[in-house]
Design a protein around this ligand. Structure first.
Ligand code: IPM
Ligand code: MG
Length: 356
């Protein structure tokens, strides 16, 4: 089995190195091939998603991705900015289903900015559609405004759209995920204002007929944002579009107080996937050896589970992560006064040791 390893920018290389160390410590043989992406891709060959990197990702059985982005690329043309690498991979690989779990580990209950009773035991899953919506809708651009009070001026515009098949396939992923959990699904929309999301709601309701064992409810996105911070434990699985999912998943991640802990999977129709931590490239702490590698290590576990069908190895990694937390080991982002403070490398080593 071949894994494409794309470390990227900022803390990406440091945290991916820990996940690679953990994968190598398993009694399995994986072929791992590295390639530059994001700012590193731009430096290497003038494009954030170099052809060779894309080809490697297309050929591999799974992709382990670090993070992309650095302020120093902020002035580049949009098409050359590091973010285009991840957007391009999602589109080119057809990774339409993004699974973002937000789990509060009991050991980290104090890390949340919310009251412990509001978040303790939190375990929700956000299913974000990842290749449609206003992120990819065409037409888009800057043009001369054709009508209205600002006619004749320049205007920026994007297009929000969802085709029936796009909504149906993410609905199936979400209902099936809910079936494996508490059988509750909340579809988040803005059907009171947007045609796209009135349509989304209609299709979700229709697909629900195939999953009578799952309870479906619908929530407007503004209310969903409020409920996420008011009573997050009321949610089980949340399904939503690309844009709303981007925003809600950051909010959900912060409930756990430790975005450095959260993995994610982006899957195609055959469960081939790209796995990345939910956090970004954190250029402010890059190279300091203090970044939390656990989200990336847990992303590798998701990769073993979903794409490589090595469930037992995935369980082992997750158990090892729980064990290092129980030992009190913490990188600075999740540290409390009583913790044993460790750096990126030491945390990776501790997980390897705990695998045994
Ligand atoms: C995410 C990120 C990306 C997104 C950016 C980096 C393009 O915020 O994965 O949530 O908006 O999807
Ligand atoms: Mg985001």
């Amino acid at each position: 089995m071949k894994i494409a390893i794309l470390p990227g920018d900022g803390i990406g290389p440091e945290i991916v190195a820990q996940a690679v160390k953990v994968l190598k410590a398993l009694d399995e043989h994986f072929e791992m091939e590295f390639a530059p992406v994001g700012g590193a891709g731009y430096e290497a060959s003038g494009h954030p998603l170099p052809d060779a990197t894309l080809k490697l990702a297309l050929d591999a059985d799974a992709v382990l991705f670090g993070a992309v982005g650095d302020w120093k690329y902020d002035t580049l043309d949009r098409a050359l900015r590091p973010e285009q690498a991840i957007l391009g991979l999602r589109q080119q690989l057809g990774l339409f289903a993004n699974l973002r779990p937000a789990i509060l580990y009991p050991e980290l209950a104090g890390a949340s900015t919310l009251k412990p009773e509001v978040v303790s035991g939190l375990d929700i899953l956000i299913v974000r559609e990842l290749t449609g919506d206003i992120y990819f809708g065409k037409p888009r651009g800057v043009r001369i405004c054709p009508d209205g009070p600002f006619a004749g001026q320049q205007e920026g515009f994007d297009t929000m759209r969802y085709a029936e098949g796009e909504v149906r396939r993410i609905a199936h992923v979400a209902f099936q995920a809910a079936q494996k959990r508490q059988k509750r699904l909340t579809s988040v929309d803005k059907a009171n204002v947007l045609e796209t999301f009135q349509f989304w709601k209609t299709i979700m309701t229709d697909v629900h007929k195939e999953y009578p064992d799952v309870a479906l409810d619908h929530m407007y996105v503004d209310n969903a944002a409020m409920q996420l911070v008011r009573a997050p434990k009321k949610f089980d699985v949340v399904v939503t579009g690309n844009m709303f999912g981007d925003i809600l998943s950051d909010a959900a991640a912060m409930l756990t107080g430790s975005i450095g802990m959260l993995p994610s999977a982006s899957l195609d129709a055959n469960n081939k996937g790209l796995y990345e931590p939910s956090h970004g490239s954190a250029p402010d702490i890059a190279g300091k050896g203090i970044a939390n590698p656990l989200a990336t290590i847990l992303s590798a576990a998701m990769m073993l589970r979903y794409s490589l069908k090595k469930e037992a190895q995935a369980d082992r990694i997750e158990a090892a992560v729980k064990s290092v937390l129980a030992q009190g080991l913490r990188t600075p982002d999740i540290a409390e006064a009583s913790s044993i403070k460790v750096g990126t490398d030491e945390m990776g080593d501790a997980v390897v040791k705990a695998l045994a």
